[in-house]
Design a protein around this ligand. Structure first.
Ligand SMILES: NC(=O)c1ccc[n+]([C@@H]2O[C@H](COP(=O)([O-])OP(=O)(O)OC[C@H]3O[C@@H](n4cnc5c(N)ncnc54)[C@H](O)[C@@H]3O)[C@@H](O)[C@H]2O)c1
Ligand SMILES: O=c1ccn([C@@H]2O[C@H](COP(=O)(O)OP(=O)(O)O[C@H]3O[C@H](CO)[C@@H](O)[C@H](O)[C@H]3O)[C@@H](O)[C@H]2O)c(=O)[nH]1
Length: 425
């Protein structure tokens, strides 16, 4: 079993640390956020991730996992260091590698001979090879090992991944990293580091492209009398297309797709490769929030949006997470507020007000005296609401379902005017 340092205790770093401890390794997880490190030492996990708090508690009790403030302890007396720090969008759209570079500068003088530095943060093709030169130690290898976990499924995705991808110029170092995942049973792919880095962007951008395609199809369905649910069901039956990532919505969001699509486009531009498909993928997504606002405007009309009281159901970027980063729900809220709408919202994982949205404690509180409701996140509980009761609380029972989640028959029976995406009027 190996000694592993993990730098960054966010969604990826904390999952990596807790899961490697579960797989039997000894892990030191470092972060610069003092409050976070203190809470993790008490097994208090801020993020809403099924199973993660339990694994952290187990690792702490067994002595295989500890949390430290500052990176020094994660960089000494370890065989591997996993870099799991943020790579946000920089001012020009490219990934901002400031945190990665900062950790590598610390690591350069601190890690023991034979240590493997593993870049798990999402970084542009070519980064690993370039930073290996920056580290400049012949006794230390730098390897790319992108992470594919989904928020809300982080533990499961880490312990049972569909693939482990490791990219390195030195194959022996790559094989050592692959061996760390032995307990997962996942197939491993070893490539050059630039290829591994690109697998990550290629996968996220492909999924985003699929979603933009479906969102445009939904818009087309509304114009030609087709139903997007039937169209995607027909598509799903074709193995070559695949069954997932075909649900239309208010646009794709979260901490990864928006920044990774922009970063890949920036990489392509730097490499003088025209990538119109990716530009269109991003552009189509930018259009979705405006499209939702137009649907809301039509649904509540003749009442103007200026002054309308609207209740938003769902604020996170998808169900199953408390993450609000780049949430399409908040993009829609921002545009509605610009038009003068007064917004309340309910989300099972959000309790603090978000920008223009006053967050209330229940769907009923949001429906009370509302001129319309908008479903923005596909929390399953929204499909089970007491529709007659909600209708009675509102000034007019109008609902726009941007996730096509609601049982149309029950909702309309309760007297609602229901508008869904991609459904004939
Ligand atoms: N969130 C996901 O679902 C996901 C999935 C796959 C890959 N990724 C990639 O993984 C990376 C991390 O993403 P995340 O969502 O876990 O980020 P996050 O914001 O949840 O966590 C990052 C953590 O790193 C810490 N940190 C920042 N600078 C540091 C430094 N210099 N030293 C030590 N700690 C530092 C922060 O305090 C924070 O706790 C990104 O490149 C992201 O694209 C994320
Ligand atoms: O049929 C679908 C599926 C997803 N979405 C939306 O697409 C976005 C992204 O969803 P998802 O991929 O589940 O979220 P993430 O947790 O951000 O995971 C993605 O981004 C991670 C960070 O890079 C990767 O590791 C994962 O493999 C990749 O799925 C969200 O806004 C979803 O609501 C839809 O609108 N319709």
């Amino acid at each position: 079993m190996a000694r592993i340092g993990v730098v960054g205790a966010g969604y990826v770093g904390l999952t990596t640390a807790a899961c490697f401890a579960r797989l039997g390794h000894t892990v030191v997880c470092a972060d610069v956020d003092e409050a976070k490190v203190a809470a993790l030492g008490r097994a208090e996990v801020g993020a809403h991730e099924p199973g993660l708090a339990e694994l952290v508690g187990e690792g702490l009790r067994d002595g295989r996992l500890r949390f430290v403030l500052g990176n020094a302890a994660a960089l000494s007396d370890v065989d591997f260091v996993f870099l799991c720090v943020p790579t946000p969008t920089g001012p020009d759209g490219a990934a901002d590698l400031t945190a990665v570079h900062a950790v590598l500068r610390e690591a350069r003088d601190a890690v023991p001979p034979g240590c493997v530095l593993v870049i798990k943060s999402t970084v542009p093709a070519g980064t690993t090879e370039r930073v290996a030169e920056l580290v400049g130690r012949s006794d230390v290898q730098v390897v790319s090992n992108p992470e594919f976990l989904r928020e809300g499924h982080a533990v499961d995705d880490f312990l049972r991944p569909q693939r482990v991808v490791v990219g390195a110029e030195a194959e022996e170092a790559a094989r050592r990293v692959v061996a760390l995942y032995e307990g997962t049973g996942a197939p491993a792919l070893v490539t050059r580091s630039a290829s591994a880095e690109l697998v990550k962007y290629a996968s996220n951008c492909f999924l985003a492209m699929k979603l933009s395609y479906v969102n445009s199809l939904a818009e087309l369905c509304e114009q030609v009398g087709a139903d997007i649910a039937d169209v995607t069901e027909g598509m799903r039956l074709d193995d070559r297309i695949g069954a997932s990532f075909l649900e239309p919505g208010p646009g794709w969001g979260g901490s990864c797709f928006p920044k990774d699509t922009r970063a890949l486009l920036s990489t392509a531009e730097d490499a003088h490769v025209d990538f119109p498909l990716l530009r269109a993928t991003i552009g189509t997504n930018g259009h979705q929030a405006h499209r939702v606002v137009a649907m809301v405007r039509d649904a509540v009309g003749p009442l103007p949006l200026d002054g309308a009281r609207l209740g938003l159901l769902g604020l996170t970027f998808k169900a199953g997470t408390d993450d609000l980063r780049d949430s399409p729900a908040l993009a829609v809220a921002g545009l509605l507020a610009e038009e003068g709408a007064r917004l309340t919202g309910y989300d099972p994982c959000v309790s603090a007000d978000c920008g223009p949205v006053r967050v209330l404690e229940s769907p009923e509180a949001v429906a009370r005296d509302a001129d319309g409701l908008v479903v923005l996140t596909e929390w399953p509980e929204f499909a089970e609401l007491d529709w007659p009761n909600l209708a009675a609380l509102m000034t007019a029972p109008v609902i726009v379902d941007t996730r096509n989640l609601l049982p149309a028959d029950k909702v309309t029976e309760a007297g609602f005017h229901l508008v869904s995406l991609g459904r004939p009027a």
